[in-house]
Design a protein around this ligand. Structure first.
Ligand SMILES: [Zn+2]
Length: 150
């Protein structure tokens, strides 16, 4: 009786959604990721922009969005499952900063994320920015077209 169910999203109004665990790492490393990571146990709740460097496939810049605005934290390199974070000269957070730790921990532990850690997208593909307009895309955090490429 649920076969006719259709997931409908008004593309003018992106809808937030929770990224399923198996897609978390690809979602976060999509290159153009806007997300929220919440740890319901510790109460940590941070909103990130994680953007891939244009000239380096494994380098990402991290910003946090908060009431204080958009703050550049630093950058990291991805080498297999190792996340090598650096504050750099212009960064505002070293590796001991909670905002950094939550992100690095989530990336490193993506295969065994506990249920109290919630990774949420804001309705846009983390690769190309297209609206996530179907249920599969919403579960992944990236669109069907990009799913074929990453
Ligand atoms: Zn896409």
């Amino acid at each position: 009786m649920f076969e006719d169910f259709k997931f409908e999203v008004d593309s003018d109004k992106p809808v937030n959604g929770i990224v399923e665990k198996e897609f978390v790492r690809k979602f976060l490393l999509g290159g153009n990721c806007h997300c929220n990571i919440e740890n319901m146990r510790t109460g940590n709740n941070f909103t990130y922009k994680i953007q891939r460097a244009k000239d380096k496939r494994n380098m990402y810049f991290v910003n946090v969005l908060s009431g204080l605005g958009d703050i550049y934290l630093g950058y990291f390199y991805v080498n297999a499952n190792l996340i090598d974070y650096r504050k750099g000269e212009k960064g505002n957070a070293d590796e001991n900063d909670q905002r950094v730790q939550v992100l690095v921990w989530t990336l490193t532990n993506h295969k065994r994320l506990p249920s109290y850690v919630i990774v949420e997208h804001f309705g846009k593909c983390s690769v190309c920015g297209a609206p996530l307009s179907d249920a599969d895309s919403s579960r992944r955090g990236y669109c069907s077209t990009c799913a074929l490429m990453i």
